[in-house]
Write a protein that binds this ligand. Structure first.
Ligand code: NAD
Length: 292
């Protein structure tokens, strides 16, 4: 099957990025939101990002040409003739299932449904529709216009031709797709989360200070971002939530939250966004490690 028209559900951080890369790749895109103000905010971000990319010379055509292929809407009916619908609404199971249930009756029968969820089971989401064989995960990374990876997630019900179409579509977006299956965390978080939690455990056990563990992993392994810096960037509340979902799935200690992570979350120290986490961001240009 050929994909021409793309629907994106949600124009937040991820949805706006996905819409932008699909428009840049030449697809006609309609983005659905609950209110016009969210579309305005998302499209303002897209325009800013396109202008930056044009300035750097990495855009093949003008920002206006890309923008011309993107449309916002608050009416589900306007997505009826999309060939693929990529969902990037808030990470809430009930909200997502409700949405899939109503859209299933509106969007053409042979369209592919894809979810960008980071932690909810694709299999559970697919049960809200009558098209389980046409349901997949497409897991993009933030910021979408810059990050090359897409995890293409199949369930036990996904049809081979649907999976291959989605895989090729990801390539057409200029991404590098990887194949994975519907196990919580997919590939990246499966490996990343235990590593980040181990950095916290190492600190708890007195192996090194926050700065020394951070510097050791950056300079010793060449990792682009240091573990505690990355934890504060992702958000400690988000990480804590993910540990629950992953521990629930695998029942393995390596996915369980260390006590210190729980304490930081209870205290409201969520990382960069709350001004305090493993580091203190009173001076954002020069964060200082907290004594924990
Ligand atoms: N933030 C990340 O780094 C990241 C990375 C990969 C995947 N994800 C996943 O992407 C999804 C979206 O995350 P985000 O960070 O973009 O969230 P966000 O809060 O920035 O955006 C979500 C948007 O969805 C909209 N929305 C909510 N209900 C809706 C509905 N019924 N119809 C249309 N729009 C609706 C909201 O108004 C909001 O603008 C989540 O499933 C998340 O797990 C996030």
């Amino acid at each position: 099957m050929e994909i021409k028209k793309v629907g994106v559900l949600g124009c937040g951080l991820m949805g706006s990025g996905i819409a932008q890369v699909a428009g840049t790749a030449g697809f006609d895109v309609t983005v659905l939101e609950v209110e016009q103000k969210y579309l305005d905010k998302g499209f303002a971000g897209i325009e800013k990002s396109l202008a930056k990319l044009a300035e750097k010379g990495t855009l093949k055509e003008s920002p206006e040409a890309v923008r011309g292929r993107l449309k916002g809407s608050t009416k589900q009916e306007e997505l009826a003739d999309c060939d693929i619908v990529i969902e990037a609404v808030i990470e809430n199971l009930q909200e997502k299932k409700k949405m899939y249930g109503t859209l299933d009756a509106i969007i053409k029968k042979d369209a592919i449904f894809a979810s960008n969820t980071s932690s909810i089971s694709i299999t559970e989401l697919m049960t809200a529709t009558r098209r389980p064989e046409r349901f997949i995960g497409l897991h993009f990374f933030n910021p979408v216009p810059l990050m090359k990876l897409v995890e293409v997630v199949r369930t036990i019900a996904t049809a081979d031709n649907v999976y291959e179409t989605a895989y090729e579509f990801s390539r057409k977006l200029g991404k590098v797709p990887v194949r994975t299956s519907d196990k919580t965390g997919f590939i990246v978080n499966r490996l990343l989360v235990p590593y980040l939690l181990d950095a916290i455990r190492a600190y708890e056990e007195g192996v090194g200070s926050i700065e020394d563990i951070d510097n050791a992993m950056k300079l010793g392994c060449g990792y682009p971002m240091r573990p505690f810096t990355l934890l504060d960037f992702v958000g400690l509340d988000t990480t804590y939530y993910i540990t629950h979902v992953m521990y629930d799935e695998f029942k393995e200690q390596r996915f369980a939250s260390p006590p210190l992570l729980k304490r930081l979350v209870m205290a409201g120290w969520y990382g960069r966004k709350s001004g305090k986490g493993f580091y203190d961001y009173s001076d954002p240009n020069s964060p200082k490690a907290n004594r924990l």
